[in-house]
Design a protein around this ligand. Sequence first.
Ligand code: NAD
Ligand code: UFG
Length: 367
Amino acid sequence: MAASEPSSGQRVLVTGGAGYIGSHTCLELLQAGHSVTVLDNLCNSSPESLKRVESLAGRALELVQGDIRDFDLLRRLLGSPGGKQPAFDAVVHFAGLKAVGESVAQPLAYFDNNVAGTVCLLRAMAEAAVKTLVFSSSATVYGDPASVPISEDFSRSATNPYGRSKLVIEDILEDLYRSDPAWCIARLRYFNPGGAHVSGLIGEDPQGTPNNLMPYVSQVAIGQRECLQVFGGDYPTPDGTGVRDYIHVVDLANGHLAALRALRQDDGQSGRFLTVNLGTGVGVSVLDLVKAFERASGRSVPCRVVARRAGDVAACYANPALAKTLLGWQAQRNLADMCADAWRWQSQNPQGYRQSAAQAHSDGATR
Ligand code: NAD
Ligand code: UFG
């Protein structure tokens, strides 16, 4: 079965659903016939993303503005213990902080939000007997890999508090499953998400200076930033710049639907515990990406090679074979698609979702 085919409708709680990957996943879930409730505290997102998701899907979702660390709220949302039918079939858990540099400066904020927040969510799920979870892990758990491509059985390590928060959560999920094999858990290790929905209506909306390559390149192409700093030109890679596995965000979103289906296969019998890379298997250098973006946008992206960024690895790309075997999923879109879609989003929304908020405000003021 193709990864994007609809399956029977489930009631899905999406934590962090207003964010970049979450909003794209909400759209795919709605389009596949699932019903969606988003729990998001909007610390790094705008509700405008979800308004656009609803208009693209032609269907409504529910947004609950709140924090995954609020146990009473989760209890109310998931359904009370004993007797009452759980309110959801599954939880897709995106909520978390994700800036590596910030995590080094504020480790406790990362452990509190990501680790304590996940424990709070899991306690509420256990109490409500909602035992199906898809978790956003990351290729960061592979640390500095001994070789590429990276398979799921490679050793794991953390090089910063953000990465450690993902490692700890991965371990907590494994312990939880061991304690109660009725749980159905998928740990999805994303490689480098990029691109946007083909409509140009939803996409990545970084606050302040982007940390990641793709949004930075977009902002240079549109003239908001002068020049891309290429972090390191002396890596042992074909052109000396860092190599990564850029995966289209819509493919990534569909990976979550495939995981939900795979977890359901054993529904009612016993649980399942899956750990899967979501990547393309293709290594792309910084300069490859810049060239592809220039082609897609018709704009030039001036670059300057500077020193390596602390903590970066030379090359990181997935062996994606297990996702195909276990989930029936593989990436459908290539680097050119990703750049074309990122450029459409960037050029139609130069200020991201802020533009819509300002527009709505001025429309209201003139009415
Ligand atoms: P994002 O910041 O756009 O989305 C995260 C969402 O979670 C935001 O809407 C934010 O407001 C919300 N949130 C954060 N803390 C919360 C809390 N305590 N309670 C409720 N909501 C909260 O990030 P994204 O790029 O969409 O990433 C989603 C997930 O995928 C994260 O867990 C991230 O660590 C993981 N991930 C991202 C990447 C990447 O490069 N984007 C790579 C690997 C893994
Ligand atoms: N890079 C530049 N200039 C920039 C930004 C990035 O040259 O301005 C280079 C980096 O050195 C690296 C490549 O572009 O070689 C990709 O860098 P990103 O910051 O976009 O992504 P990373 O691979 O460093 O990390 C990202 C997320 C992590 C996640 C990891 C794997 O930020 O949270 O992908 O999923 F863990």
